[in-house]
Design a protein around this ligand. Sequence first.
Ligand SMILES: *Cc1c(COP(=O)(O)O)cnc(C)c1O
Length: 361
Amino acid sequence: MSDMIRPQPGILDIALYEAGQSHVEGVTDIVKLSSNENPFGPSDRAIDAFRRTAHTLHRYPSTDHASLRRAIAEVHGLEADRIICGVGSDEIITFLCQAYAGPGDEVLFTEHGFSMYRISAMAVGATPVEVRETERVADVDALLAGCTERTKLVFIANPNNPTGTMLAGNEIARLADGLPPQAILVLDGAYAEYVDGFDGGAALVKARENIVMTRTFSKIYGLGGLRIGWGYAPRTIIDVLNRIRGPFNLSTTQLEVAEAAVRDQAYVAKCRAENARLRVWLAEALAEHGVPSDTSMANFVLARLHDAAEAEACDAHLKAQGIIVRRVGSYNLPHCLRITVGDEASCRRVAHAIGQFKGRR
Ligand SMILES: *Cc1c(COP(=O)(O)O)cnc(C)c1O
């Protein structure tokens, strides 16, 4: 191939996204706790909607997503014309970077922040800026100190992945109020549904001009395989993002399954309650085995081992038993393992295996 054919500057500096592993060589009875998936899958109503769309696959999908946006607006008490839907919330993050950042601009996130922020920033030639946290919690003062006149986007997942910690509403408001005037605060609410009574920051978006909230159907809705997410933002920002959104970015299947899923809040409440119960159980079981974790607000626990070597040995021990968890060295947490809260049997299995590992040392 001609060496004159080259990607944009910076593209080859992007490290490939590391997905949670899903199989282990030679092991059949696998427990996958590496991608924060809902162990109970999607609601039956979502699955019924999926089947129904088989009959209309020859038709192009809706371009304005009006029906799904209306359903989301009704369920969450939002304005439908301030919602945009995308191929996972990842696509909303991509749109934000494409529309608001480029070469010379800075995109802020925290040292244990979600890896897509860096990837999306670099993909548009912007400069990723990593800001320290304090004991695995985002630090508003550090974020504000990290802003410059070139800062265009500030990404915070609340609750955060992989730490499971979250900032209170007044801290988020203080961050939004202190940002330079050209910067947008993006509140990534991928795990918002796991926090009882939490609106993901929707009220803050309503009250301010500089906040965008992103949400997903990949986590509590159990639809990660279908790729649906959405954003809630001031109308001016929604108008900008819609200009770069592909007209048919979501299929009829994605749209109809998401609509059925969001209207089944009884299922969401059931999953939230079961997750909360098993999360406490898992964290306590790990603590009894000498493995501490911060109080998690999401559907995973960040287990802290003694050091990176112990985390690696523990991961190897779990893998040998067919239990896949997530190493988080690329999130500056080499001594930790992120463990998704699975169903009860999976929680028991992983806790037992970690107890075995600790007992042998
Ligand atoms: C899983 C996750 C998402 C969801 O991404 P989708 O593209 O919607 O599947 C977004 N943000 C964070 C922090 C996540 O952990």
